[in-house]
Design a protein around this ligand. Structure first.
Ligand code: NAI
Length: 463
């Protein structure tokens, strides 16, 4: 039987990054993927949606043209080209990952892998079933969309994040169930194309994982763009009548509202794909679909490690790829730095954008920190005023005693780029003083971080 040195199951950001790093460090790597290299992120998630959102921003900018003294007398757009552009981007980048596998001598086998015993896997591909022994394996099998009990995704008028990316028709109305990152980004995209969007969220605010003040600001912006928000609401039933669905939506007081919509997007979270590899045959413990790992990402089978969405929250591509690098280094006998979840940034790419890292104000208080909090409005930032983008703020939470940056929460233009600066600062445990000592270029939007930290510790300049 063929014996492989290191088998990685799953070619998404976690798996392919792990493959590259492990190969660079001298392991002989075999990567097994059942669909496309790049996984959900590259093919059906982060990347194609960023392409769609760029189109949405372009359309919104046209609508603001009079602000810039430009008169545009009517315009139209081609929905199928917009969708096709986003597919082309995914295809192009998938080719890039294929190239990287070749460049790093990673063997790629296409097929569905599952365990036969603790050191053996079978791979069912188009050429039949192959069996391999392994010295080590890494599970990077990702996650798939959760469904709702009373409605099936048909890929025509009822979608999940994946099927909607292959959708050919722009609906007149869209009901989005779930106001996490996926629900928010698609709501913004479809509303920007003139679709009547209703966003239904079970919790009491949209973007419920973000600081509550971010949720309030994003809600205002969404509502001013015509998106109907129904928070503290759950969908009780969905029925189709002709070309429209009727959704019965119940609020927290028990009142039931009926809304109608041509299309539905279910965005109520994701569930790990762990069961698909039959982990029980390899002695791998799984709890509610989440693979149990120790601090070194080792499963209960000492030969097997697990990374990315399949080991639980936060289910983010950058966390997954970072874990891929850590595990490659562990498996190659190198030292590594543990990943601190409080140092993982989170981004929502709507307009305004949202980006955050670390603790919210509530979490910092709950952890017993004595804190300084400051919310710096973009109306006070030169660059934001100059480019007519003053909608937003940067909120910092700083430990009063040591000046540690506990959390940063931003809403506004390009904050998903600016947060990387904050990530570097947090990664190196920079305190308020070291941020103030840093020279930020002027005028830039990145100064919102500097200004808010300075003001928080009583040294405001432009505020
Ligand atoms: P999510 O778990 O972040 O949000 C789902 C939302 O649906 C929650 O707010 C939840 O309260 C709500 N919900 C659940 N059941 C509901 C029901 N029956 N009725 C109404 N609301 C309901 O999951 P989401 O947005 O689907 O994203 C999946 C994963 O992908 C997440 O881990 C997310 O972080 C990640 N992701 C990240 C992106 C980014 O960083 N920009 C973009 C897309 C996805």
């Amino acid at each position: 039987m063929d014996i492989k040195d290191l088998i990685i199951i799953g070619g998404g950001p976690a798996g392919y990054t792990c493959a590259i790093r492990a190969a660079q460090l001298g392991r002989e790597v075999t990567l097994i993927e059942k669909e496309n290299l790049g996984g959900i992120c590259l093919n059906w998630g982060c990347i194609p949606t960023k392409s769609l959102l760029r189109h949405a921003k372009f359309l919104n900018d046209i609508q603001k043209s009079s602000t810039f003294g430009v008169k545009i007398n009517g315009y139209s757009f081609d929905f199928s080209q917009i969708m096709q552009n986003s597919r082309s981007v995914a295809t192009k980048l998938e080719q890039g990952v294929k190239y990287l596998m070749k460049k790093n001598n990673v063997e790629v086998i296409y097929g569905h892998a599952k365990f036969a015993d603790p050191s053996t896997i079978t791979v069912e591909g188009k050429d039949g079933v192959k069996t391999f022994k392994f010295k080590n394996a890494v599970l990077a099998v990702g996650a798939r969309p959760k469904s709702l009990p009373f409605i099936d995704v048909d890929g025509e008028t009822v979608h999940n994040y994946r099927t909607i990316l292959a959708n050919k028709n722009l609906p007149k109305s869209l009901a989005v169930i779930g106001a996490g990152a996926i629900g928010l980004e698609f709501s913004y995209f479809f509303a920007s194309l003139g679709c009547r969007v209703t966003l239904i969220e079970a919790l009491d605010r949209i973007a419920p994982l973000e600081d509550p003040e971010i949720s309030v600001a994003l809600s205002k912006s969404f509502e001013s763009n015509g998106i109907r928000l129904m928070t503290s609401c759950s969908v009780r039933s969905i029925n189709k009548d002709g070309s429209e669905y009727t959704l019965e939506v119940q609020d927290s007081n028990g009142n039931v509202n009926k809304i109608t919509s041509e299309m539905i997007l279910i965005a109520v979270g994701v569930t790990p794909n762990s069961a698909l590899v039959e982990p029980e045959k390899a002695g791998i413990l799984v709890n509610k679909d989440i693979i149990s790992v120790n601090e070194n990402y080792q499963t209960t089978n000492p030969l097997v490690y697990a990374i990315g969405d399949c080991i639980g929250a936060p289910m983010l591509a950058h966390k997954a790829s970072h874990e891929g690098i850590i595990v490659a280094e562990i498996l190659s006998g190198h030292s590594h730095k543990a990943l601190d979840k409080e140092k993982i940034p989170s981004c929502i790419y709507t307009e305004p954008q949202v980006a955050s890292i670390g603790l919210t104000e509530e979490q910092a208080k709950a952890k017993g920190h004595s804190i300084k909090v400051l919310k710096f409005p973009l109306t006070a930032l030169g660059k934001a005023v100059a480019i007519f983008e003053t909608d937003g703020f940067c909120k910092v939470i700083i430990d009063s005693k040591y000046g540690e940056i506990l959390g940063v929460h931003m809403i506004g233009p390009e904050v998903t780029e600016i947060i990387a600066t904050v990530s570097v600062a947090k990664s190196h445990e920079a305190v308020a003083e070291s941020i103030i000592e840093t020279v930020f270029p002027h005028p830039t939007l990145s100064e919102m971080f500097l200004e808010s930290v300075a003001a928080a510790v009583g040294r405001p300049i432009n505020f």
